[in-house]
Design a protein around this ligand. Structure first.
Ligand SMILES: [Zn+2]
Ligand SMILES: [Zn+2]
Ligand SMILES: [Zn+2]
Length: 155
């Protein structure tokens, strides 16, 4: 998602496009793959030190609430973020290299809803933590380092 799309999403949801948020959106929009809050804080510290930690986490939470960003857990247990299309889907993390795939299944969603209804509840939201091995890792016996950093484009 581009910076202007992220901004439009925030404004559309009634959030003010403040300068600190603008710095954060610009940074996130350039990320490919997963990134950590610590990486963002490091870059912000160099380029926009006025943007505080609390503002960063608040903005990340807002973007998660709007479905533009997702929080995932890497094989090492660290939390990371991933820019995503705002439609409902799940992620599977490769336990070997940390690459993230998307999982979309109407059958899975219906099964979850039915299973929760069987327990006498109405499903309102859910999150799944899926871990597996990606195709390249499945065919490659040599272990590779877990990738936590993403490539920053245009910096
Ligand atoms: Zn996704
Ligand atoms: Zn892998
Ligand atoms: Zn789901």
């Amino acid at each position: 998602m581009r910076e202007d799309q992220l901004r439009a999403l925030l404004v559309g949801a009634g959030y003010k496009p403040t300068t600190p948020r603008g710095h954060i959106l610009a940074l996130i929009a350039r990320r490919r793959g997963v990134f950590s809050a610590a990486e963002l804080l490091e870059v912000l510290g160099e380029r926009a030190p006025e943007v505080g930690r609390a503002t960063l986490f608040r903005t990340l939470d807002i973007l998660i609430g709007l479905g533009a960003l997702e929080r995932v857990r890497l094989p090492g247990g660290q939390e990371a973020y991933l820019l995503c299309d705002p439609h409902h889907h799940h992620h599977v993390v490769c336990s070997s290299c940390g690459v993230i795939g998307e999982v979309e299944s109407g059958a899975l969603e219906r099964t979850l809803t039915a299973a929760v209804e069987d327990s006498g509840f109405t499903l309102r939201s859910h999150a799944l933590e899926l871990s597996g091995v990606c195709a390249p890792c499945a065919t490659d016996a040599s272990p590779r380092p877990v990738r936590t950093a993403s490539i920053v484009e245009g910096v």
